[in-house]
Design a protein around this ligand. Structure first.
Ligand SMILES: [Zn+2]
Length: 312
């Protein structure tokens, strides 16, 4: 409908607060449940009085008024600990004029992002902002010049709205996260990044059970708690790194050939252990566990390869 007036690619990202229901169940909605909720809202409000939207998702007509939703995964001990994800809700975010901004020229020149929950009395967790920042960086081609002009809904609306409530306070953080991701990447993570961490932890688990005779309590704890890497486990990881270090010392003595390549490899591994231990000593929470999990996983992989190459 009026998609002929679309500016493609558009210039703006307009950030909204959905004022959706809030509960663990809603945090754990599937992508389809999220789309279905926005479809119902769009049908009763935005497209009230219209028979068709002219827009589709997976080829089926949809009445969602915003092409993307930023939604938690309900995988944290609390709302603040959740990872978040982006959910696409229409087939052609660049080509459709979605009716979300309360401003026709901006509708024609923007991509809207809806956000779970309500932020009139609390702040959006930074993990959510980080997830949106990673999405924008990875999908820059959705916008003119690979970089959107970021606006909160009420900055562009021609109708009175509080949307996006206190998300307004996060616009500068979003801009900075997009421009300077290295400042944030060790402190916040997306669902995908957390999945990568879990893969590494699975690897550690496999490594340890293969490398040690008895089933290891760390392996069991990682398995039992799955995504939840917390401080006690990090302490165990630290202990395990120390054990690996001791093992390396034994290998080093056992190789005994004195060849330059052996010495170099061992020194390299020892230096990495030092780095990991330093990282571990700085840890205080689950966020930092992400990068450490990957670092320890990478370290163990190298040690594993090294040891395999040393087998007689
Ligand atoms: Zn809005």
């Amino acid at each position: 409908m009026s998609d002929s007036q679309r500016i493609n690619p558009p210039h703006y990202l307009v950030w909204h607060n959905a004022v959706s229901p809030e509960s663990l169940e809603v945090r754990q909605w599937s992508d389809d449940q999220v789309r279905s909720w926005f479809n119902a809202v769009g049908k009763s409000r935005t497209y009230n009085g219209y028979t068709h939207s002219g827009h589709t998702f997976n080829g089926k007509e949809t009445f969602v008024a915003v092409p993307f939703a930023l939604w938690p995964n309900g995988d944290g001990d609390s709302f603040e600990e959740d990872t978040w994800r982006m959910i696409q809700m229409v087939d052609d975010p660049k080509g459709y004029v979605c009716w979300h901004a309360g401003n026709w020229p901006i509708n024609c020149d923007s991509i809207g992002v809806e956000t779970y929950g309500r932020y009139d009395d609390k702040d959006l967790p930074d993990n959510a902002t980080w997830t949106l920042a990673c999405f924008v960086r990875a999908n820059g081609n959705l916008w003119a010049g690979n970089s959107p002009v970021i606006k909160g809904h009420r900055e562009v609306s021609q109708t009175c709205t509080d949307c996006p409530n206190r998300i307004m306070n996060h616009l500068n953080t979003l801009r900075d996260m997009i421009a300077n991701p290295t400042k944030y990447q060790d402190n916040y993570f997306t669902y995908e990044q957390k999945q990568a961490m879990q893969k590494d932890l699975e690897y550690i688990k496999a490594f340890i059970s293969g490398a040690y005779d008895a089933p290891d309590s760390l392996a069991r704890r990682i398995s039992d708690n799955n995504a939840k890497v917390i401080d006690p486990k990090l302490k165990l990881l630290n202990a395990r790194v120390e054990a690996v270090e001791a093992k390396m010392a034994a290998i080093s003595g056992g190789v005994g050939s004195g060849s330059t390549s052996d010495t170099t490899a061992i020194l390299e591994l020892q230096n990495e252990v030092k780095t990991i231990k330093l990282d571990l000593s700085k840890l205080s929470g689950t966020n930092a566990a992400q990068s450490t999990g990957i670092a320890v996983g990478g370290l163990l992989q190298k040690i594993f390869n090294f040891r395999n190459n040393k087998k007689p």
